[in-house]
Design a protein around this ligand. Structure first.
Ligand SMILES: NC(=O)c1ccc[n+]([C@@H]2O[C@H](COP(=O)([O-])OP(=O)(O)OC[C@H]3O[C@@H](n4cnc5c(N)ncnc54)[C@H](O)[C@@H]3O)[C@@H](O)[C@H]2O)c1
Length: 354
């Protein structure tokens, strides 16, 4: 297959592209604008690979997106390109509406126009896979799980923009007949993540012996999934998911934010102890995120039952690999750009406070 991946230079997209090149015979066309969150260093060796093509294109640019479809003739689209950080959506929602809503509409329209030019088997086999988040379902109390039929109740500018794009994808299927599949996943972690998100931020700060800012009381709960497990799930949904269906993907690994920071401190103390003592003493509770959703938890039984997917990593095994990866890559996320992820000049500062 020739698969057009949008956002393939981001955290999850790059894991998908690496798997396609290493584990399948498929050809990948990576269409990415290269925002601050992108990093081509997450695709080692891809540039010279004969089954990899890179297109530096903004998904909001209708003319360029149409050119990419015409030139590369994909058999499927996996759409990951997005603004993805909740805190940034609080500071500047405009970019989230532009890329996640307008950009998704531009991409859907280009995919539809291209799909109509296909015939027979090629048209029947074409898939548009939209990659989304469990945050569209809102916030849970102490009990319960999100299923594929849970009502949408997004509460941050980020989740509202992703909910909008999910609705657009379904509208393009119902109204125009575009063959779509969707997936909604819980929080991902792993190598090559931009250091604004909880796990890489805490690893980098804890490694350096800096104070560790935990929002509120640290009791918010997320369901964590190792990024390579998510990438495998995405490949299954694209290739075998039933038309028009959505699949929840999650690791059955619920943890509070404070539990996670404790684990990171302990793993780093074991591997690279600090002279000044245990890292847990670096934790400081800071003002909570405005509108901070209390708990997300995913029921992943549909993808497990229908597509035979199961996470290979537990939270402990995935986090141990992740901590070791950041220890082995001291250049990653350095503000001097040596890790390649400095386009934003981000230095670990607090974002998203009103
Ligand atoms: N990270 C998570 O925990 C998580 C969980 C569930 C779902 N998701 C979804 O998965 C997708 C990927 O998330 P991620 O964490 O890899 O994000 P990321 O921020 O690491 O990467 C996003 C990528 O999209 C590209 N991009 C942004 N705007 C673009 C535009 N206008 N045109 C073309 N490319 C553009 C960026 O350059 C970057 O490479 C997103 O759609 C996100 O909503 C993420």
């Amino acid at each position: 297959m020739r698969i057009l991946v949008t956002g393939g230079a981001g955290f999850i997209g790059s894991a998908v592209v690496r798997q396609y090149l290493e584990e399948t015979p498929h050809t990948v066309i990576n269409m990415d604008k290269l925002t601050y969150a992108a990093n081509l260093a997450a695709l080692p060796g891809a540039a010279d690979h004969d089954r990899y093509h890179f297109e530096k294109v903004d998904i909001c640019d209708a003319r360029e997106v149409a050119r990419v479809f015409a030139q590369h003739q994909p058999d499927a689209v996996m759409h990951l390109a997005a603004e993805s950080h909740v805190d940034r959506s609080i500071d500047g929602p405009g970019a989230f509406i532009q890329t996640n809503v307008v950009g998704s509409q531009v991409l859907l329209s280009a995919a539809l126009a291209y799909w109509k030019t296909l015939h027979g088997e090629a048209q029947a086999a074409f898939r548009f896979h939209h990659v989304s988040t469990d945050e569209v379902f809102g916030s849970l109390g102490a009990e319960g799980l999100f299923t594929e039929t849970t009502s949408y109740d997004p509460r941050s500018p980020y989740s509202a923009s992703k909910a909008a794009s999910d609705h657009l994808v379904r509208a393009w299927a119902e109204t125009y007949g575009l063959p779509v599949v969707l997936s909604n996943c819980s929080n991902n972690y792993g190598p090559y993540q931009f250091p604004e998100k909880l796990i890489p931020l805490m690893i980098l700060k804890a490694q350096a012996g800096e104070f560790l800012p935990v929002y509120g009381k640290g009791d918010n709960v997320r369901d964590w999934l190792y990024v390579e497990d998510h990438a495998r799930g995405l490949r299954l949904v694209l290739e075998r998911g039933r038309l028009g269906e959505s699949y929840n993907i999650g690791g059955r690994n619920e943890r509070t934010n404070l539990d996670i920071v404790h684990l990171i401190c302990d793993m780093l103390d074991d591997r690279a102890p600090l002279n000044k003592g245990a890292r847990r003493s670096l934790i400081q509770f800071v003002t909570d995120r405005p509108g901070h959703d209390f708990r997300y938890a995913i029921d992943a039984s549909k993808i497990e039952r229908e597509l035979g997917w199961a996470a290979k990593d537990t939270f402990d095994s995935g986090l141990a690999k992740t901590v070791q990866w950041y220890l082995d890559r001291p250049d990653w996320g350095q503000p001097d750009g040596s890790g390649g992820s400095d386009a934003s000049g981000y230095r670990g500062e607090r974002l998203g406070v009103l």
